[in-house]
Design a protein around this ligand. Structure first.
Ligand SMILES: Nc1nc2c(c(=O)[nH]1)N[C@H]1C(S)=C(S)[C@@H](COP(=O)(O)OP(=O)(O)OC[C@H]3O[C@@H](n4cnc5c(N)ncnc54)[C@H](O)[C@@H]3O)O[C@H]1N2
Ligand code: MOO
Length: 399
């Protein structure tokens, strides 16, 4: 059985990025930027007033002074007038400041009578002036390639003069569930029916990491059904099967994939849950065969499928699993030869910065309730000795 990091490396090394596409700003949130955003405009484009008030010369803006209002410059309607000594120009938040302005007098700090204002306080040099380019300058790199775009980034790109952005294509991922006992959520059930929870869970994870999942019709446990389902594999950037990966008489997915041209890279990993995971390619399309137990399918998706999607979007991914420090919240026994991913909750204790990871007593890979309640996977390396509560451990937070 293969080591987890070796298996990850072997999956990742076979993946080529899908390439870029151009999307409108409105569709770009959550996407991976492929080309940097370099400001095409400065922000603000010109120096503007930050308040409603009067543009003036600082030397005139003295408490007790009376200034003549010589004009008005609303936002979007700049004036060509200069500020002459003893005068001011009415401005508003966002107004381009008139030539000669060195301070903005706040509206609340004056008494206006007709075309003159008397100042109740003095104003400081440059007060309430937003200088041209204070936020960013034309030509400045604002967002780097590889960044996952937030709504805030979209606002920044819009202000910088962009309408379209070059982003990584969303990998299209086909999900084929197999099994005579499976039904779709909402379909009529037999007494022994199992609802296809795994496909929807894996699909949800795929969406979270930026892929476009396609849930295919369930394939029954026979070669004819599987053969017709597998006809679609190469339409996808990644093809996932769920179930039929183990050694039972009806676990025929691998045979069906081979009959369809699968070049098998590996089958079986030294991990729990997830042992029967399989990986290969059909005509260049990467195939990952997930175990049917839904918790195993999800854990394998977090460990192998999500990184594969990142790689398809051109993001750097390490073969080693990214984990973080935590404190063990219960004694755990010595591990055997398989890497364990124990479902656990994380508890915050006031005396420590690190979360305390408390594994569930039951680690059955069919228990969706426990999976749903879990915050993280507690890592136990192959052969790890007995570990006591209070000692350091490593965890992976669940998405
Ligand atoms: N003799 C052995 N038996 C098993 C072994 C083994 O090494 N020797 N491995 C066990 C492990 S580990 C796992 S995991 C499972 C995986 O088996 P398969 O991938 O062949 O999955 P199935 O047999 O098709 O199903 C297992 C289980 O999961 C349910 N299932 C399947 N698909 C779904 C789905 N889409 N949504 C929800 N539930 C699903 C299915 O009804 C079964 O109950 O094999 C062990 N056995
Ligand atoms: O992958 Mo299995 O879930 O180890 O039982």
């Amino acid at each position: 059985m293969l080591d987890v990091a070796v298996a990850r490396a072997r999956i990742l090394e076979k993946i080529s990025p899908c390439g870029p596409e151009t999307v409108s700003l409105a569709d770009a949130t959550g996407r991976i930027l492929v080309e940097p955003v370099v400001a095409r405009l400065s922000n603000p484009p010109v120096s503007v007033s930050a308040m409603d008030g009067y543009a003036a010369r600082t030397e005139d803006a003295i408490k007790g002074a009376v200034l003549t209002v010589t004009g008005e410059a609303p936002a979007g309607h700049p004036t060509t007038q200069h500020i002459a000594p003893g005068t001011c120009i009415r401005v508003f938040t966002g107004s381009q400041i008139p030539a000669g302005t060195s301070t903005i007098i706040l509206q609340e700090n004056v008494i206006r009578e007709g075309e003159s204002i008397s100042l109740q306080t003095s104003s400081d040099e440059q007060q309430f002036i937003r200088r041209q380019g204070k936020d960013f300058q034309k030509g400045q790199t604002l967002l780097s390639a590889g960044k996952r775009l937030t709504a805030r980034d979209i606002g920044l790109a819009a202000a910088a003069g962009y309408t379209w952005l070059s982003v990584a294509q969303r990998p299209r991922v086909g999900i084929l569930s197999t099994g005579d006992e499976l039904t779709l959520p909402g379909d009529p059930t037999q007494p022994d029916s199992i609802v296809n929870s795994a496909a929807f869970m894996v699909s949800g994870l795929l969406r979270t990491v930026g892929a476009e999942p396609v849930i295919l019709p369930i394939a029954r446990d026979n070669h004819t059904a599987l053969a017709s389902a597998l006809a679609h594999t190469t339409r996808f950037d990644l093809f996932i099967t769920i179930g039929g990966a183990s050694v039972g008489t009806y676990d025929i997915v691998q045979d069906a994939l081979k009959a369809h041209g699968l070049s098998l890279d590996f089958w079986k990993i030294a991990m729990r849950p997830g042992k029967p995971l399989m990986s290969g390619q059909i005509q260049g399309t990467p195939i990952i065969g997930l175990p049917g137990n839904p918790v195993a399918a999800m854990v394998c998706s977090v460990i192998f499928v999500a990184p594969a999607v990142h790689a398809l979007m051109g993001q750097p991914v390490s073969a080693d699993i990214e984990s973080e420090n935590a404190i063990l919240g219960a004694d755990v026994r010595q591990n055997d030869h398989r890497q364990d991913f124990l479902r656990c909750t994380l508890v915050k204790k006031p005396e420590s910065d690190l979360p305390v990871a408390v594994p569930f007593d039951s680690q059955d890979s069919a228990q969706l309730c426990i999976l749903s309640q879990s915050d993280a996977l507690l890592l136990r390396a192959p052969g790890a000795p007995l570990a006591q509560a209070g000692t350091p451990c490593r965890i992976i937070r669940l998405p």
